[in-house]
Design a binder for this molecule. Structure first.
Ligand code: HEM
Length: 591
């Protein structure tokens, strides 16, 4: 079994069972490379380091050498391991840690399915007074992945996280609980004081941060923006122009120059121009070939990040004190928020001027509608503007970034999408975009795995018991978790980790056409559910499908990353690909 022998040698080169060995010189000596050794000195040689030295064997450091002149491609999963397939069940981003005490070990076990005793992400240990602060701190850079691991291994898909000083937060990935929170007992689960106070410097009274009448007013006034007439206009004018005049020329230039683009940045610029144009009738022109500096966008991002860090703080008193004293991150937040508000204020002032000159019929955007509704305090209008920018900029861009990443590794799905695009016209209009069912399914599937809003928290306004028996005390925070829910075997089957748009589709046996089969909003919670379900979801799908059809018809998006690269999912209110998404653009041959 020479090949297996070679694979074992190769594996031990990277992870040697005895990572180093030490001798003691019994006399003075000089090593061949000139190092002087005195009697009694300890001399170690280090198999772990030697297995990773590029100069020693030309290894590409850290890579398992799979192919070479004398070596066939080796598959660790699948056919070669005939009886068993050993699949790590760890969350994305997990890296085993090599640890050694004379002999080596994988810290914390292998998390392989083959060893059920080691795979369970245990409930975090809780201590008096500090609760589970140690575990929360240890997992601070992989919160979503950590919660998903825990929730996947609980019997009812819920658990209670103990926070310092007896506070606790309930996490659930159980659709029956979600329906209870978001619909049946909607009145009992508002955003609440904690969320509101923590985000109020940034979001003020914007729709994301309020309950009751203030919420209802904004929901009602913005609903006009999302009727069929407005959506038709949105996709056929705003998206179309941004796509053909800005995005496609940039991609064409990148293809010709073979340059690398950060697709995440490009898509954020696209979405930002889009939302400002449709909601405020103002075009910030961020997606230009020169990719101009986006000072406002940077300030906006800082404000989102720093506000979210407040939400995650283990001891919130610390940020409150820093805020009073104007120190550190709170000083930065104040500056970022002030820049954001200044920008929003300019939009509002310009719109007011415009409204003085034009009739209300000529200006039909959301901002005009709000200002025409009268009696509105300027600060409140600014809050509304900021929430809409947040809703429109970061969600579709995150969804599309992950979509293009997944498509680049799934040629069969890409082929199906291309078929659908090529069966339609070059510049599809509203109804044709709506009819792109395979693309729709692929986007749903992509957001199942990488939801733009990975978790959402409510605060109990009274005592309650969730359908799975968890007791909720008034004031407790209750979080449902779309990221975890998209990864539950019980909800999506054993192949939950696979990107498979077909799980959303049915093929008509006679006509051979796909039709879309949705899941209920309490299982697929990517857009929330119940009375506060995302009001912009149809707009989002139209925009994303039109972008996909425009881009993929002409270009292939190829990740410009190292082999084996795995993007890391991070989130600050909305999600992102950590460090951006570097890609090359390749022109497609006509077919
Ligand atoms: C793929 C894209 C999108 C996703 C996944 C998404 C998801 C969500 C989620 C989870 C919420 C609930 C958030 C919360 O209450 O904390 C929400 C609310 C909302 N979304 Fe979206 N969204 C998307 C795109 C958009 C777009 C393009 C708009 C247009 C402006 C929009 C407008 C809104 C608004 C106004 C709310 C507040 C609704 C309310 O509280 O009643 N969304 N969205």
């Amino acid at each position: 079994m020479v090949y297996t022998h070679a694979a074992l040698c190769e594996s031990m080169r990277l992870y040697p069972p005895v990572p180093f060995d030490t001798k003691e010189a019994i006399d003075n000596d000089v090593l061949p490379d000139g190092i002087v050794v005195k009697k009694g000195v300890r001399v170690s040689y280090h198999p772990y380091v030697m297995g990773r030295g590029q100069r020693l064997a030309g290894f590409s450091t850290g890579e398992m050498v799979r192919e070479g002149p004398n070596c066939r491609k080796m598959e660790f999963h699948g056919k070669r391991l005939v009886h068993y397939k050993v699949v790590p069940t760890a969350e994305e981003g997990w890296k085993p840690v090599f640890n050694s005490y004379l002999t080596s070990k994988m810290e914390g076990g292998s998390l392989g399915k083959a060893s059920p005793s080691s795979q369970v992400a245990k409930l975090p240990r809780s201590y008096p007074l500090i609760g589970s602060s140690f575990a929360i701190f240890a997992n601070r850079n992989r919160r979503n992945q950590w919660f998903a691991e825990i929730l996947r291994n609980t019997p009812t898909g819920s658990f209670v996280l103990h926070r310092p000083f007896g506070a606790h937060q309930i996490f659930t990935a159980n659709p029956t609980n979600v329906q209870h929170i978001l619909k049946t007992q909607f009145h009992l689960y508002p955003k609440g004081d904690f969320f509101r106070t923590t985000l109020s410097d940034f979001l003020g009274d914007g729709i994301f941060n309020v309950d009751g009448e203030t919420w209802k007013f904004q929901r009602q006034v913005s609903s006009h923006e999302f009727n069929t007439k407005s959506l038709r206009k949105f996709v056929e004018t705003v998206v179309e122009t941004e796509l053909s005049d800005r995005l496609l020329p940039i991609l064409s230039a990148a293809a010709a120059e073979k340059s690398v683009l950060d697709l995440q940045d490009i898509l954020q610029r696209f979405a930002f121009d889009n939302i400002c144009t449709i909601a405020f009738g103002f075009d910030p022109k961020y997606l230009l070939p020169s990719l101009p500096p986006t000072e406002f966008a940077v300030a906006f991002e800082d404000a989102v990040r720093l506000s979210t860090e407040r939400l995650y703080a283990i001891f919130p008193t610390i940020w409150k004190v820093k805020r009073v004293l104007g120190l550190g991150s709170e000083k930065d937040l104040r500056q970022a928020v002030s820049q954001v508000r200044q920008f929003a204020e300019n939009i509002v002032r310009e719109k007011k001027e415009e409204l003085k000159e034009k009739s209300s019929l000529e200006t039909v955007d959301l901002l005009s509608r709000i200002l025409n509704s009268g009696h509105l305090d300027e600060n409140f209008v600014i809050d509304i503007v900021i929430s809409f920018i947040l809703a429109g900029r970061d969600t579709t861009s995150a969804a599309l970034t992950w979509f293009f990443w997944l498509i680049s590794g799934n040629p069969d799905a890409e082929e199906e999408i291309l078929k659908e695009i090529r069966d339609g016209p070059e510049a599809p209009v509203y109804d044709e975009v709506k009819d792109m069912v395979y693309t729709h399914a692929a986007l749903c599937e992509s957001m199942r795995l990488y939801p733009p809003v990975p978790s959402d928290t409510k605060e109990a306004a009274g005592d309650d018991v969730l359908p799975d028996g968890i007791v909720v005390k008034k004031g407790a925070r209750v979080t449902y978790h779309p990221y975890a829910m998209g990864r539950m075997e019980g909800l999506w089957g054993g192949d939950w980790s696979e990107f498979r748009p077909e799980r959303w589709l049915q093929r008509d046996p006679v006509a051979g056409k796909w039709s879309f089969v949705g899941r209920d909003w309490y299982t697929y919670t990517v857009f929330q559910a119940g009375p506060r379900i995302c009001i912009g979801k149809d707009m989002a799908f139209l925009q994303m499908k039109r972008v996909v059809s425009g881009v993929l018809r002409q270009y292939r998006v190829v990740p410009a990353t190292e082999e084996g690269f795995k993007p890391v999912f991070i989130s600050y209110l909305t999600s992102k690909m950590k460090g951006g998404f570097p890609v090359r653009i390749e022109e497609r041959a006509e077919s």
